[in-house]
Design a protein around this ligand. Structure first.
Ligand code: CMP
Length: 382
């Protein structure tokens, strides 16, 4: 049985794709953007007094909404999967002291503090609020978690590149110090001083405030610039591949979990499951959606991972639920769809496109046989 706290926890979870959770994320994003927009306006010196009052009021309301959200998150903390082994009070402490809990608390402290004790807002209030709202935004976007995971997965490769970066940086600063110290002692007089030039050159920023004057110094600068491009390209490459692998891995795990709900796939063997998972795409349908229209050409079949659909046969109807499939007849018979199919509840479907269907059927005849047997039964000649 799901309690109201568990349901609320699902809505607050940034990884959940339920419509309620998506609506909550949208509202949260809008509030953060309003908060940022108002604090940006508030930071303009000499703005109209009434406008300033209005934006500060809006910031206070956003702060109150976030305070309410903080209280809800604290209440739901015992339902976080990583904290279910703790008693509720300990789980709430754990969450409050986690990075996400601290960021959420920081985002509400200035506004709630000011409202509660009538404190005078600090002069740099706007700048601080923008930073805190941005921090909150990054802590709650699923993309930010993805970046965190990619950096964690690629930590060893990134460390090697950073060590290379450090070696080139120190070598460049040392050589530039040797080459330039006589001509520009105030800039290249020591290796730590020369490091500023090295870092500006290696990152290809090139402010131009420090320029080597000697021929040797310029040769070194050329090498440093080219190495900088190489190091940055390497970093971008590592992060890009890390991203695409992490996204694929997440999709694979999600589809794998959904596939486990379809009995047809149980017992077909690990290799066949892996082939199936790689070809299926998960799709969400709201209640009342027409998934298949009678007479339309068929280009895919569907497995129901969650929810119920109604197959509108004439004259009667058939209900298909979690674990069942439909849309196979048009593919097997190469005919138009034989019935309308409408969702009765919100549904998660696994969709298999026609070319993948025939490839899978060729590779795994047992699977094809089971689908054909069900289609024959449905045609009434099985
Ligand atoms: P298709 O013809 O591609 O599109 C309509 C789908 O309805 C059809 O494939 C079957 O998957 C499904 N269908 C047709 N007849 C029945 C039935 N008697 N029972 C359950 N499902 C059916």
């Amino acid at each position: 049985m799901t309690s109201s706290r568990q349901r609320l926890h699902l809505i607050l979870d940034p990884e959940v794709a339920l419509p309620g959770a998506q609506r909550f994320r949208f509202a949260q994003l809008m509030l953060i953007l309003i908060g940022i927009g108002c604090t940006l306006v508030d930071s303009i010196p000499g703005i109209d007094h009434q406008l300033q009052m209005a934006v500060e009021m809006a910031i206070a309301l956003v702060g109150l909404a976030f305070a309410f959200e903080y209280a809800l998150r604290l209440w739901c903390a015992p339902d976080l999967p990583r904290l279910t082994w703790l008693n509720p009070a300990a789980a709430r402490w754990h969450w409050a002291l986690s990075p996400a809990g601290i960021v959420d608390l920081l985002a509400i402290l200035p506004v709630t503090g000011a409202l509660t004790w009538g404190m005078i807002l600090p002069p740099d209030f706007a700048a601080v609020m923008v930073l805190l709202f941005m921090l909150k935004l990054s802590a709650h976007t699923p993309g930010a978690r993805l970046i965190g995971r990619v950096i964690y997965n690629e930590r060893r490769t990134l460390l090697v590149v950073m060590i290379m970066f450090g070696i080139v940086l120190i070598a460049a600063a040392t050589l530039a110090h040797i080459a330039e110290r006589a001509d520009q002692p105030e800039i290249f007089g020591s290796i730590p001083k020369a490091l500023w030039w090295a870092i500006v050159t290696l990152t290809t920023t090139g402010y131009g405030d420090v320029v080597p004057q000697t021929a040797f110094g310029r040769i070194i600068a050329g090498f440093v610039m080219i190495s900088g491009i190489g190091v940055l390209a390497l970093l971008a490459g590592i992060l890009a591949t890390g991203f695409s692998e992490e996204v694929k891995r997440r999709d694979f795990v999600r589809i794998w979990e959904l596939v486990a709900r379809v009995p047809l796939f149980s017992g077909i063997g690990a290799q066949a499951i892996a082939d199936v998972v790689a070809r299926l795409k998960a799709r969400y349908f709201p209640p009342g959606a027409m998934v298949v229209r009678r007479g339309a050409p068929g280009d895919s079949m569907f497995f129901i991972a969650a929810g119920e659909v109604e197959v509108r046969l004439q004259p009667e109807s058939v209900i298909l639920s979690e674990g069942m499939f439909f849309g196979e007849m048009a593919l097997l018979d190469r005919r138009p769809r034989s019935a309308d199919i409408v969702t009765l509840t919100s549904c998660t479907m696994l969709v298999l496109a026609m070319p993948d269907f025939f490839q899978l059927a060729g590779q795994h005849p047992a699977l094809a046989k089971a689908i054909e047997a069900e289609a024959a039964r449905r045609r009434g000649d099985g």
